[in-house]
Write a protein that binds this ligand. Structure first.
Ligand code: ASP
Ligand code: MG
Length: 404
């Protein structure tokens, strides 16, 4: 089971290399199923075309368009394998079939029918499956969200009972932090599903979050590696004693969120339920939430200030609702801040070590980085900081927790 990302199939020459890799794996005695992404840049190009035609394109038609990128690569890859003297057959999402729910652009896989793939394998063929796409119960084409071919790959691996899922990409594995941000970043040899899940949701972009969830649920070991070399990459696996002994495995950052601050909300038992309920109804997902007693007392009773973060891309859409619900809760005003970043440390060992958060705050303080909000889980600590301090913070944390 192998998956090739956009840069790995970015040119005809590279598709030929993919074909050679697949044939080598088959010659080594494996049944080979390969999942392909669209050629690099192609999905962006397709989505942009739709936006040229109309400002707010219909979601169903968007998926029909976006899914064609993978359709092209799947057939080209099958042709390249045949050209090398092998046998191959391409499959689209609806042919396999990869059944999803009907949420266009972010569909979730429900079931996968492996029968056609098994048939192809039995005939000695390499099965080439288009990633990113599925089909819903109405027969409409769906896509799985940006980076969704990872999820296709892991889900197909789980459905077929593959021993592992190899994700070929343009980096040679998962790093302790973004190497573009920190020169001392190192490749991680093994990482647990839980840690990878946190890193993926905190801004590391190597694997789509959903693919890690599926890998964890079905216990599929995932090997993230480079398609341009033969070196071992990073294995994403079940946790064990070795993995647990590391306190901090990686540092992540995310510049995608904006901060909202609402002043003087009436401090009633259902205030928070009404505020966040209104946002949830509009499909706006918030992340960190901090509620504090309002600085300014009021004649009308107890007041609270609320700070939370949401995706920058949702801010424009959310503002009117925030103003509206804020007013109905008696708020005196709302402020928005886009020049923020979230930096996070992640590691299984935090469960059994104390003082990890304190150490993080000390490291940031020594760099004069002002912390604006904090959130923690069992295996991560996240801080909202000024955007301009991101690089300094990431580097300091990376070094301070001995990752370099
Ligand atoms: N081609 C899709 C995207 O760019 C899916 C993928 O590459 O995983 O998001
Ligand atoms: Mg990707």
């Amino acid at each position: 089971m192998q998956k090739f990302g956009g840069t790995s199939v970015g040119t005809v020459e590279r598709i030929r290399n993919v074909a050679k890799r697949c044939l080598a794996a088959q010659r080594a005695g494996n049944d080979v199923v390969v999942i392909v992404s669209a050629m690099s840049g192609e999905t962006n190009r397709l989505l942009a075309l739709a936006h040229e035609v109309t400002k707010i394109p219909d979601a169903r038609e968007m998926d029909v368009i976006a899914s064609t990128g993978e359709q092209v690569t799947a057939a080209l890859t099958a042709l390249a394998i045949q050209e090398e003297g092998g046998k191959a057959r391409s499959f689209l999402g609806h042919q396999v079939k990869i059944l999803t729910d009907g949420s266009f652009a972010k569909a979730r896989i429900k079931t996968i029918d492996g029968a056609k793939i098994f048939d192809a394998l039995k005939q000695g063929k390499i099965a080439v499956v288009a990633g990113f796409q599925g089909v819903d119960e109405n027969g409409d084409i769906t896509t799985l969200g940006r980076g969704g071919s990872d999820t296709s790959a892991v889900a197909v691996a789980a459905a077929l009972g593959a021993g592992a899922c190899e994700i070929y990409t343009d980096v040679d594995g998962v790093y302790t932090t973004d190497p573009n941000m920190c020169k001392a970043a190192k490749k991680i040899d093994r990482i647990s599903y839980d840690e990878m899940l946190e890193l993926a949701s905190l801004g590391a972009k190597v694997l789509q979050l959903r693919s890690v969830e599926i890998a964890m649920k079905h216990g599929v070991p995932v090997h993230v590696r480079s398609s341009f070399s033969d070196v071992e990459g990073t294995w994403v696996v079940k946790e064990d004693k070795d993995l647990e002994s590391i306190v901090v495995r990686g540092v992540a950052y995310d510049k995608g969120d904006a901060r909202v601050h609402i002043d003087g909300v009436e401090d009633a038992p259902d205030s928070m339920a009404r505020l966040f309920g209104a946002l949830a109804e509009r499909n706006i997902s918030v992340d960190m939430i901090v509620q504090t007693a309002a600085a300014a007392a009021s004649s009308t009773g107890k007041r609270a200030d609320v700070t939370f973060t949401l995706p920058k891309t949702d801010l424009a859409r959310a503002k009117p609702f925030i103003e509206e619900i804020g007013k109905s809760l008696g708020a005196t005003g709302a402020r928005y801040k886009e020049d923020i970043a979230k930096v996070s440390i992640v590691g299984l060992g935090m469960r059994s070590h104390s003082g990890v958060a304190a150490k993080m705050f000390r490291i940031l303080a020594d760099k004069n980085v002002h912390i604006q909000a904090i959130s923690t889980s069992e295996i991560k600590v996240s801080c909202i900081i000024p955007l301009a301090d991101t690089e300094a913070a990431v580097n300091a944390l990376h070094e301070g927790f001995g990752l370099g």
